[in-house]
Design a protein around this ligand. Structure first.
Ligand code: ADP
Ligand code: ZN
Ligand code: ZN
Length: 662
């Protein structure tokens, strides 16, 4: 008896080992590999061994039975092929780290994830809106695999549909998997589920300890919790008898894993639903271009929810032209007159306000007014951001911190100027203008732990905070009925990113944050500050015209041959030495060139927009293809070439369907 073993190393091929006793496919073993002992998964069995190589025996057996369910095993095989990721590494990431049979023998622990009810969560059954009922019918009438795009405007009650659908499947002894972008930012969804299905929920998120993760995983596997809510990696949750998968806010970029294996949890969820013959609901007010395109091609069924619950109006959105504001005030201001006035009114009426500024820190960068010197990170090609609370310049990529100099290191002038504003500055500004107002801030600097989210978001929900300022974190699916004003500052910034998805991201962000306003009895208002108010992204976001935006954006994507009208893979070549990075990028480009066909277009090599991160130089190539299978053919050959030439998997990174091109 012999086994094909996939070692948990960045190698795409498998190796043959001899088995002393029978053991099932999917079990983990320890084997000697290149004079080291490594863990691997048995991915196949065979009765003969290759003749020309020496075959070693398996050193040790880790599992006596496979821990992964057969459909998860198949899902991993799909990920490995689709995302060109070594199968051993994929299988490893599908299990909670450190799990072994002792944990199983120990038996189930009572739940360790805390699920207490918070104030302000209503559990009563509400009569569904006509839109909601229609959507629920579509879900409940689904037989087997059935991908749906639940395209519902903000405040249309998508969570209620998820819960009713989960109930429907629960009554039929079927389980449900709910994927969310980030647990800390979706406490309401979690709370509402927990209140509706007490004792039936497991929650998987990144803040769990290793031990908690294993315990939750075992409870799910034992069938104790038929509903699982979790982030990205919960797509591997060992639920049996799966009825439905929900991917909430399906357009969110956090569903993409930016490390090996580089899978997209949304697309992986669709594949899992297919393998499990389950329904799958992708929910969003601003679907990704890809998912909307799939609904246009009838690959997904689009279910529109066009009205807000209780016939609430969508908010009134206005754009302030910041060029005119500058001309009128004769200076650069953070808050326009219009936004100030609207904010003042809210404070008077004791209603709540959210202000989005998608940059943390105090000032965007430091500039010498005399010679134009800017303060860059030594290790990364980005400007350092000034954080006033700690009086430091910080690199947002590598964490470098240094004291801001009082004189220019280039010309010794004293005229150091703080340019651009961040959330810290915004908070200070609002505080100065409205000393009586109670202000909260939500960004990566203030949010260190899940408890920080609870404190700020909970305080805001209870009305202990009047004005919440923050980065895109405040744009997420929050439901605060007392918010009647949303302000957006520096709305243009994301448009300037060198990424073909810049307009899509901007449109999504504006629509999402606007959707936080007017969710209660009072109508909502939104004030967007922009220097380019005529850009189609703003014009269509103001009117919340998603389909027109999709049409406009599609024309650009089609002309430029970008997704969803082409399949895309990014190749990132890295090296600490700039010349070696460039040389390797040329070598890869030559190889790709030798594989070129009509269905392929190659861009690059070129330095990545962020040319250097943590002292590593980065060069980038993009492969576009009109045919998925042609793209995969070329990627497989590239992978084989990288392994054959021993270039090293960390130096050439293949990213299929990349979401970030920086
Ligand atoms: P979305 O996720 O679509 O933005 P939510 O699911 O957060 O919207 O719902 C918005 C609010 O409307 C929530 O407070 C929810 O409890 C409430 N809601 C949902 N369905 C109904 C309904 N049929 N009638 C009244 N209120 C509802
Ligand atoms: Zn200077
Ligand atoms: Zn840095």
């Amino acid at each position: 008896m012999y086994a094909d073993v996939a070692v948990c190393l960045p190698l795409s091929r498998t190796f043959v080992y001899k088995l002393e006793r029978p053991v099932a496919v999917g079990c983990r073993v320890l084997v000697e590999f290149r004079r080291r002992e490594v863990e691997g998964f048995i991915v196949g069995l065979r009765s003969d061994a290759p003749k020309d190589v020496e075959v070693h025996g398996v050193k040790n057996f880790v599992d006596s039975a496979p821990l992964l369910r057969p459909e998860i095993f198949d899902l991993c095989k799909w990920i490995s092929q689709y995302y060109v990721s070594p199968i051993g590494e994929v299988l490893k990431s599908a299990l909670p780290p450190g799990i072994n049979e002792k944990h199983i023998a120990r038996g189930l622990k009572p739940t360790t994830t805390r699920l207490e009810r918070r104030e302000g969560i209503h559990v009563e059954r509400l009569p569904l809106t006509a839109d909601q009922s229609r959507a629920l019918d579509s879900v409940c009438n689904a037989r087997g695999f059935y991908p749906m795009l639940l395209h519902g405007v903000t405040g249309s009650g998508k969570t209620e549909i998820y819960m009713r659908a989960a109930e429907h499947f629960l009554e039929r002894s079927k389980t449900s998997l709910i994927l969310v972008p980030e647990i800390g930012l979706t406490p309401q969804l979690t709370d509402r589920f927990a209140a509706r299905f007490p004792g039936k929920i497991a929650i998987l998120h990144s803040a769990l300890t290793k031990r908690q993760r294993i315990d939750e995983w075992l409870r799910i596997r034992a069938g104790e919790t038929p509903i699982v809510i979790g982030t990205r990696s919960a797509v591997f949750a060992p639920l049996q008898n799966l009825g439905m998968i929900v991917v909430d806010e399906e357009h969110e970029t956090s569903y993409k894993q930016e490390d090996v294996p580089r899978y997209h949890a949304r697309d992986t969820a669709v594949m899992r639903a297919k393998l499990s013959n389950a329904a799958v609901i992708l929910g969003s007010a601003t679907p990704s271009m890809e998912s909307f395109h799939n609904s246009q091609r009838a690959k997904y069924l689009r279910i529109p929810l066009t009205t807000r619950v209780e016939d609430r109006e969508l908010p009134d959105v206005q754009i302030v032209n910041m060029r005119e504001e500058y001309a009128a005030q004769g200076k650069q201001v953070v808050l326009s007159q219009r936004l100030l006035q609207a904010l003042f009114t809210r404070l008077e009426r004791q209603e709540q306000t959210m202000i989005l500024l998608n940059r943390r820190g105090f000032a965007a960068f430091l500039l010498c007014r005399k010679c134009g010197f800017t303060f860059q990170c030594n290790s990364c090609s980005v400007a350092l951001t000034y954080h006033r609370s700690i009086d430091k310049l910080l690199c947002h990529y590598c964490g470098l911190a240094r004291r801001p100099p009082s004189r220019c290191p280039e010309c010794d002038s004293e005229y150091i100027h703080y340019v651009g504003e961040g959330t810290e500055r915004l908070e200070a500004e609002v505080r100065q203008l409205f000393p009586e107002a109670r202000i909260g801030r939500l960004d990566r600097d203030t949010m260190r732990h899940i408890r920080d989210y609870e404190r700020v978001l909970g305080g805001f929900r209870k009305g202990e905070i009047d004005v919440l300022v923050g980065t895109q974190m405040i744009a997420k699916g929050h439901d605060f009925p007392r918010v009647t004003l949303v302000g957006v500052i520096g709305a243009d910034a994301p448009l300037a990113l060198p990424d073909f998805r810049a307009a899509e991201r901007t449109f999504q962000l504006l629509t999402q944050v606007a959707g936080r306003s007017g969710r209660g009895d009072q109508p909502g208002e939104v004030v967007i500050q922009s220097y380019f108010p005529d850009h189609y992204t703003f014009q269509l976001a103001v009117k919340q015209r998603f389909e027109d935006f999709y049409g406009q954006e599609s024309r650009y994507r089609r002309a430029m041959f970008y997704p969803p009208f082409a399949s895309l893979a990014g190749i990132m070549v890295t090296d600490r030495d700039p010349a070696r990075a460039a040389g390797l990028a040329r070598q890869i480009a030559e190889f790709l060139d030798s594989q070129r066909s009509n269905a392929i277009r190659i861009l690059g090599p070129a330095p990545a927009p962020l040319e250097r991160i943590k002292r590593v130089h980065r060069h980038q190539l993009l492969i576009k293809s009109s045919s998925r299978s042609t793209l995969h053919g070329i990627l497989d050959r590239l992978q084989a070439y990288i392994e054959e030439k021993k270039i090293g998997a960390t130096r050439v990174i293949i990213d299929v369907d990349p979401v970030s091109l920086l």
